[in-house]
Design a protein around this ligand. Structure first.
Ligand code: SAM
Length: 311
């Protein structure tokens, strides 16, 4: 896929119906030969729409006006390029806990949670957040995570978590204002509710920080898993991570995680982690597949805002 095609695809499949600003901007960049030429001189992983848009916003540029975006990006290219090369899309979306909750609540309790690709670790607190599945409420406190769920019998309680740990190539620190401002810049422009959610979830994590280690999800997983308490159910999980991992390493990770004791929960795009016999998705928006121990259970929207349980 060319860079222009990738931006058009992002607008059509990821931003449409979710962020009109990014939908408009991604289609504009798809036709902007000057910006495309600059991007094409970077490694492929650094050309992503979400990364470029977040860096420009973080540096003070405008994303609500494609012409102003073009001028800022071209004029400030050395600074934009430097940030693109050092930063990564590490969006940490606590809303994804609403998708994980039905699976986590149904496993033998208590749980030892180990998240790979944890970013700042905000998905390690599914027991501390509150949830709303339509009229059905679970848990208490802030943030309240809303998920339009169909075909699901919603959980009646949150899981009991006795240990939480995360691995990330570049762990972010919720007690560091610089890291939190980058997490904020990664949130799409119109999503005030996600900004409020980030602040609330970051406060939860900052009050009781998780064990977050810098490391790779293949090389460093066994040693961290060995630190989990033996009298809890180990759950290794990941959401929206494997698209950043080269395919041969994904396969190594899957082989490794299947050998560990406990359970494996994945929430990944179907192109990235393949499953046989998936039903059709509910629409043509981007969906992850929620799976337990390799068995697909549901389609889930990217930020945890909706899920369609398989029949
Ligand atoms: C898009 S973020 C998702 C964060 C979090 N899972 C969530 O859903 O909010 C992907 C994260 O995976 C991390 N990551 C990518 N490749 C990794 C690897 N090989 N080992 C560990 N972490 C990795 C990135 O640094 C980033 O923080």
């Amino acid at each position: 896929m060319t860079t222009a095609e990738a931006y058009a695809e992002f607008g059509r499949r990821e931003a449409r119906g979710v962020s009109p600003t990014y939908e408009r901007l991604s289609h504009a960049v798809a036709q902007d030969d000057a910006v495309l030429a600059l991007l094409d001189a970077l490694p492929p992983a650094k050309r992503q729409p979400n990364l470029l848009f977040s860096v420009v916003r973080w540096l003070g540029g405008r994303v609500d006006d494609p012409a102003a975006f073009h001028d800022f990006t071209v004029t400030h290219w050395p600074a934009v390029k430097a940030e693109l090369l050092t930063r990564a899309t590490q969006t940490n979306e606590s809303g994804r806990c609403a998708v994980l909750l039905p699976v986590l609540a149904a496993l033998p309790q208590p749980l030892a949670l180990l998240e790979v690709g944890a970013s700042a670790g905000l998905c390690l607190y599914p027991d501390r957040y509150a949830y709303r599945y339509g009229e059905h409420k679970v848990g208490s406190g802030e943030p309240v995570l809303e998920c339009a769920a169909s075909g699901l019998v919603p959980p009646t309680r949150v899981p009991q978590v006795v240990w939480r740990a995360g691995l990330d190539l570049n762990p972010l620190d919720v007690t560091d204002p610089g890291d939190v401002s980058w997490l904020d810049a990664l949130i799409w422009p119109e999503h005030a509710h996600r900004r409020a959610r980030l602040r609330a979830a970051a406060a939860v994590a900052a009050a009781d920080p998780p064990l977050l280690l810098r490391g790779d999800l293949v090389d460093d997983l066994p040693a961290l898993a060995a630190r989990a308490p033996a009298d809890a159910t180990l759950v290794v999980f990941h959401t929206s991570v494997l698209y950043q991992v080269p395919p041969p390493r994904r396969e190594e990770f899957v082989r490794l995680v299947r050998e560990l004791p406990g359970h494996w929960v994945a929430n990944e795009a179907p192109e990235v982690l393949r499953h046989d016999g998936l039903p059709d998705p509910p629409d043509d928006a981007m969906h992850n597949v929620l799976a337990l121990d390799g068995r697909p259970l549901a389609w889930a929207r990217g930020h945890g805002q909706a899920m369609t349980w398989f029949g």
